[in-house]
Write a protein that binds this ligand. Sequence first.
Ligand SMILES: [Ca+2]
Ligand SMILES: [Ca+2]
Length: 171
Amino acid sequence: MPVIPVRRWSGAVGALVLATVAIVAPAGPARAAVGCAVDYTATIGSHTGVNTPPTNWRVNGVACVTDGEPPTVIADPTSDSVPEGTGAGFRVRLSHPPAEAAYLGMTMRGTGGWVSQPVMLRFTPTNWSSWQGFAVGSVQDANTVDDVVVFTLSFPGYLSDTVTFTQIDDD
Ligand SMILES: [Ca+2]
Ligand SMILES: [Ca+2]
């Protein structure tokens, strides 16, 4: 992991505040920042304090992570069974805050008849960690096939996630 030195920070004993930080990134093309959590240790006189890494740290506009994983769309559950003619659903959120609000991209691929809400889920720098629900329904069909549909959930700059629903056919 590259180490990017913090050139300047300021504070006052008794009210230590990380007021201004200048980050000098190595020259070269922008790359997804992985594992760029920031730790610092401050030693002032006889006092030593260690911070907790910020959750909204970004490098080159890309959200960093504190656990070594890249920003990702998180769906739950990622698979489920749906009795024919009934409903199910999933919930989704982001692993890290985005730089700006955007709509979740959603595509469906599979077989059989499925219905879903005519809504778009939007994530912002403030609601990114809150689960948002999405309902899906299996349509009654005349065949005896356990149809399957896969939802692919995408967000700009994030790894996608998928949710697979398998119909439990009742014919
Ligand atoms: Ca059927
Ligand atoms: Ca079927």
